[in-house]
Structure formats: C-alpha cells, structure tokens
Design a protein around this ligand. Sequence first.
Ligand SMILES: C[S@@+](CC[C@H](N)C(=O)[O-])C[C@H]1O[C@@H](n2cnc3c(N)ncnc32)[C@H](O)[C@@H]1O
Length: 204
Amino acid sequence: MVESGLFYSTFVDPLLVKIRKKTAGHIAPGQKIVDIACGTGALVFELAKKADFVLGIDLSPSMIKKASHTKKKHGIQNTEFRVCDASGLTTLNKHEFDVATLSLALHQFSPQLYNSVLNEMKRISKKIIIVDYAVPLPENFWGTGSKAIEYLAGREHYRNFRTFYKNGGLESILKENDMTIETAEYFVQNIFHLVVAHPNHSKQ
Ligand SMILES: C[S@@+](CC[C@H](N)C(=O)[O-])C[C@H]1O[C@@H](n2cnc3c(N)ncnc32)[C@H](O)[C@@H]1O
C-alpha cells in the first residue's frame, strides 16, 4: 500500500517518538544502518544521531519526498533516501549493513511478502531490529484502540493486520523465517513489541 508522507508526518509520527528512541538504543556508534519501509524518515533521523550512516528505503515516492525534504531542511548529512521495494533490494550488497530495521510495517505487508522482505534483510545485514504490534494485544483501551486504528486504515490494511495477528506476530514469523531472537521487549502500554534478531547462520 502506498501512503501519503504529509498525512503520516502530521498525525502518526508524533505518536511514535518513544518507539524511535527505544530502537536507537540498540544502535552502536559508527554503525551503518538501513531502515526498510522508512516512511517519512523519522526513525532514520533518530538513528542517524548515533550511527555513521543511515539509508532509508520506501516504496512510496510521497514518503521519500517528505523524508528528503526534512533531510535537506535540517542539513542531516549522514542519511540517504531511495524509493525501493523491500522485497527486492537488488542494488544493496550482501552484509553491506550492520543493522537493518523495520518499524511498524510488517503487519501491513501481505503475508506473501514476509519471506522475500525478511530474506532481503538477512542478506544485506548482520543484525535485524523489528518493531510491530504485540501479539496478543492487551485487552484494554490501548489494545482495543490499536485494533480500531487498523480497522479504520482500510480493508486491505486490516486483512493484512489480522493475518499478522493470526500468524502469532513477530516472534512466530521471525522463527518461521530462520531467525534467532536475541532480545524482545514490550512498551507503550505493552502494545508494541521490539525484537532484536540475527539470521541463523547455517541457513545463510
Ligand atoms: C506504517 S508505515 C511505517 C513507516 C515507518 N517505518 C514508521 O515506523 O513510521 C509503513 C510503510 O511501509 C511502506 N511500504 C509498504 N510496502 C512496501 C514495500 N513493498 N517496500 C518498501 N516499503 C513499503 C509504506 O509506503 C509505508 O511508508
């Protein structure tokens, strides 16, 4: 699904500040990072405060336009943005990056994409950080609110969210895709799940 950068930066990004900071907490100075499905680049800019270089890629030209505008406006040198499909990152080399991140995107991908996107992340980076909805979501205002937001995002979006949920969320999907989870934490009223993982070497 291709989304609008202006809408996302106005209404969604401000809600996610804590998630970006938590993710950046797993980055070491000097690292080279790729943020897959980077949206407006909010996570890229947070990671760039610590990392040597951060590349953001997204399928939506509107998102990349917004991210590139912010980069230029704030003169952030150690970042780059490209329109790219996460399921075929043919211009990126094997183990080119220390870390690949994927934030709040897997739940909206069609399940047919899980394998190709995760395989590309494993190919281009040594370590993987993924943030997405916790499964199960808590049975409270926050959990119900998250489901309502996904419902309101449209039929295809909600169908993909439900499939992500039925598949058991990050932990199950990553294990099925030959990854070992190093650490996992829950935050923001336990609605988000952050997982640090690495590819199983025998399968590489
Ligand atoms: C919910 S947004 C998340 C954006 C950002 N990662 C964040 O944390 O705010 C999902 C993003 O996935 C992008 N996207 C969807 N399909 C994609 C694909 N096949 N390849 C790359 N990006 C994709 C959308 O354009 C959108 O920007």
